[in-house]
Write a protein that binds this ligand. Sequence first.
Ligand code: LLP
Length: 447
Amino acid sequence: MDHFHRIDGRLHAEQVPLADIGRAAGTPCYVYSRATLERHWRAFDAAFGNHPHRICYAVKANGNLAVLNVLARLGSGFDIVSGGELRRVLAAGGAADKTIFSGVGKQDWEIREALAAGIACFNIESEDELHRISAAAAKARKVAAVSVRLNPDVDANTHPYISTGLRENKFGLAESRAFAVYKRARADANLRISGVACHIGSQLTDLAPYRDALARTLEFARRLEAAGIGIDHLDFGGGLGVRYHAETPPTPAEYVGMILRMLAAHERRLPVTIEPGRAIAANAGVLLTRVIALKRGAGDTDFCIVDAGMNDLIRPALYQARQDIVEVAPPASADGTDAAAATAVREYDVVGPVCESADCLGTARRLSVRESDLLAVRTAGAYGAVMASNYNARRRPAEVMVDGDAFYVVCKRETLGALYRGESMLPADDDAADESDAADDVEVNRA
Ligand code: LLP
């Protein structure tokens, strides 16, 4: 359920007409709904009832400070994968002691910053990482809490790019190696064993792979406990899918209910951490874009050329994702006879201005549009703005958050000058031999 709906035919975010936001903030522009973010987070939280749990929102899905802050106010924890994400969480008022650090390639400076901030737990993915965290903890005179991420070799039945729990994926450790890492951690005074972690992929629309992964993880936890290695929580990762178009993913209540039922068979009331990203943020956002032109292609295709491209929203190009695209103004009825709409419905490929044929937000979409009309790409709140780039020297989109009848620009559109701030040119040829004449901001390095 989300809070994007039509009032008198016109698409709104909560009580704000999207057309007003398009006028005020310009396009392309991401629009988030606070009430939707809160609703989704609470759906996970409520499903746990009084079972001890922590919801660590996966910052990678949408790390805008306003988004993080809204969730922090609810008491959310955070799942980070970089030092940059840690900075964001802290800047947004998130609690370090509810933050866990996942990721297959943590760098030493990131480990140091996470230790200094006092995060709750590192989810370790290799033997090498265990040593580096231990060394950093020793230096900082701290004890680092660690879980090991298990690779359960389960097929998540999702797009191969976002499947992470198969043996051939780079993520986690197979059971036998994970077990050896726990034994080493137990013998290491700089480390405290905290939990067992597992994450098998993203956009899962079926509970079956989760069941398999959880069964293996619980079996592994039993083995640990039998060997005298106690754990204080189970981290089951994220990955719950959303409805982009016609998918029917389990609800948070069904997903959490499955976890709790399987845990009930486990001897202990093990506290559970989950790391949902997409299921909280995706349906809480749309990408607002304006039609630049309509044109008939050289073949039979009609193109609707919009001002948002693959640099703004890469999911359709990268994962062949189908995201719904709808008119912001009242659309014509299916037969195109709605008196309120001036244009008939036609089928378009909705494409952006980027110079690649992959720059297509959606193929074969039935729309009633004219030049300069607004369209909304739905379900764009997760893995949208965070994956935007400056390709084709395009500014990344602005971001707006709606809260009831008010809206706030929570990320300004970049300036054109910002696109090459930090770049510099070589000294003029005449001066090349004389380093002292080089522009102050040009670094000169010699072999
Ligand atoms: N925890 C870990 C360890 C993860 O690797 C991920 C996602 C999550 C949690 C959150 O998963 P979620 O609940 O959002 O599915 N860019 C891709 C998605 C990449 C997901 C990577 N890991 C997309 O647009 O589909």
